[in-house]
Ligand binder design. Structure first.
Ligand code: GLU
Length: 548
């Protein structure tokens, strides 16, 4: 068969460059020994998930701890799944978590010499290589219809054989020249398939940067490399792109392990040196007693937007993911509490070989700790960022008074010293937590443990003597007096010695005030809360909270 003629018929494009020219256009990168070039290669479906951030962190750390490059490539070969604005959304989402690309799609960088970074714009390159494979007898046209392929699959499944297009099932592999041209003349649609040279009897050891040595069976599937619309498949496109974008380490989800034999063969037939591969284990969660993969349908926390909307502190998400990524990270942070997390020596080889457990409760703890390290001003800025994007109009109005919020935050978080309160877990929860400081959002349901006369005696009594200038000891003395008048023990010892003589202790009386002022029996220091509210509002709240 005249393969040159066949290639020119199947891929008649006039302006394709030669494969050698591409080697010159995209030369090897000039980087120091050991520098890793990594990439994030999402499909622009608009759904950015935790797995993307998890991989991006591994990519970014690997590149930037070795003096390499981390770039963004958009795998948009599946037009149907494409969503407007998805690329910007990837960039924005990752930027929120402090992850920046050095080059790639929509990144303004002098490094962008490996462009274009959208696969759809690279069609010529793929077609040039597909053409060469046809010329070499390593690829061929396939005219099988979807129905024929379904039928083959049915037969294979029924007889418990491996499904796919291979061996005797690869019907178009041995078409004669005449059969091919007849079909072409008739306008029959076709795809281009790899003519696999592999044999499943052959096994070899493959070194994965995360999984270690794994046994792989040679590929024998004649996979599609160019679809009937002329667009390449992931398999073919990624091999060409990772070669010409000079990727040194492909970090991707373990769901791709099953396709590894195909990729190994593709690199071989294309004559490219293979990059190293690192297959990351899937993110799992505990569901009752069982561990399962995070699912788009069941777990809202899989979406990265979830963390922005709920107002997680981005550094906390990153740090928590780092503990999931590298088991040594947590220990390192304990030893180096004040160090920048980027100083940790990240090693891809130390990533877990199987199921990485993602635990939202643990993330919440990390988030509380990270927020507790902020100054009131920093915390205000963080909360305000969330308020401006996701808050209600009332939130926005409240946050106009930065000084007032900072006073509240100083109280909520505790000032100075190492021991700071960890009441704020996320921006959304933090903003709700302080809503009782604003009359328009203060709508308590007063729940008292004492009768009307007792409650009202405490509230009236304290409203009569309260002065916002009182410091804590004076404030507390006044409370003791009011409590005693209402039948409570002013001193704890007194109460403990004869509990039956009193309605309760001074702390029970304080609870009545607390419920009146904050709506809750638990709060940070009440004297300070009342100071922040001021005399008028505090007194008004005490009187309003009386039982009618
Ligand atoms: N586009 C593929 C995906 O989104 C990328 C896999 C890879 O990183 O090679 O799953």
């Amino acid at each position: 068969m005249d393969l040159k003629k066949l290639a020119a018929t199947l891929i008649p494009d006039k302006n394709l460059k030669s494969c050698e020219e591409y080697e010159e256009i995209y030369p090897p990168r000039n980087l120091p020994e050991g520098a890793e070039v990594t990439r994030l290669a999402p499909s622009p479906t608009g759904f950015i998930h935790l797995g993307n951030l998890y991989s991006a962190l591994a990519d970014e750390r690997t590149a930037h701890t070795t003096g390499g490059v981390f770039y963004l490539r958009i795998e948009d070969t599946d037009e149907k799944r494409k969503v407007e604005g998805a690329v910007e959304s990837v960039i924005r989402s990752l930027k929120y978590f402090g992850i920046k690309f050095d080059e790639g799609a929509e990144i303004d960088s002098p490094l962008n010499v490996y462009a274009p970074y959208y696969q759809r714009k690279r069609a010529d390159i793929y077609r040039a290589f597909a053409k060469r494979l046809i010329e070499q007898g390593l690829a061929y046209p396939c005219f099988c219809t979807a129905e024929e392929l379904d039928e083959t699959r049915r037969v294979q499944t029924e007889s418990k054989q491996t499904t796919g297009y291979y061996g005797a099932y690869a019907k178009c592999r041995n078409l004669s020249e005449k059969e091919i041209y007849d079909k072409l003349k008739a306008g029959t649609p076709f795809v281009i398939r790899l003519k696999s040279q592999g044999n499943i009897e052959n096994k070899s050891t493959f070194r994965d940067a995360i999984k270690g040595d794994i046994t792989v069976t040679e590929n024998d599937q004649d996979i599609v490399i160019i679809k009937s619309d002329g667009i390449p498949t992931y398999h073919f496109a990624h091999a060409i792109d990772d070669h010409f974008m000079r990727t040194t380490l492909v970090i991707r989800g373990e769901e791709w392990l099953a396709s590894l034999p195909i990729h190994i063969e593709l690199f071989k037939v294309l004559g490219f040196r293979r990059p190293r591969y690192a297959h990351t284990s899937s993110l799992m969660k505990m569901d009752g007693d069982t561990k399962r993969k995070l699912s788009k349908r069941k777990d809202p926390e899989l979406s990265l937007d979830y963390y922005r909307k709920a107002g997680y502190y981005p550094l906390a998400v990153v740090k928590y993911l780092m503990t999931v990524l590298n088991s040594g990270f947590e220990e390192w942070t304990l030893k180096n509490p004040d160090a920048d997390w980027r100083d940790f020596k990240f090693k891809i080889e130390k990533m877990g070989k199987s199921g990485a457990l993602f635990d939202l409760d643990k993330l919440n703890d990390v988030s509380k700790t990270e927020i507790s390290k902020l100054s009131a001003k920093e915390c205000y800025e963080f909360l305000n960022g969330w308020v401006q994007e996701f808050g209600t109009d009332a939130d926005k109005a409240h946050f106009e008074n930065g000084k007032y919020i900072e006073d509240i935050l100083n109280l909520i978080m505790g000032t100075g010293g190492k021991k700071r309160r960890k009441d704020i877990e996320r921006a959304e929860q933090g903003v709700r937590l302080i809503s009782y400081f604003f009359d328009d959002t203060f709508s308590p349901e007063y729940a008292y443990r004492f009768d009307k006369d007792t409650v009202n005696a405490v509230l009236d009594g304290f409203a009569a003597v309260y002065d916002a200038n009182d410091e804590n000891p004076v404030w507390f003395d006044k409370l003791k007096r009011v409590a005693a008048n209402a039948g409570f023990a002013a001193e704890m010892q007194e109460y403990k010695a004869n509990p039956l003589n009193f309605k309760g202790s001074v702390s029970d009386a304080a609870e009545i005030l607390r419920v009146a002022i904050t709506g809750s029996p638990n709060s940070p220091d009440l004297c300070t809360i009342m100071k922040i509210l001021g005399k008028d509002r505090s007194t008004a709240r005490l009187l309003k909270a009386k039982i009618k």
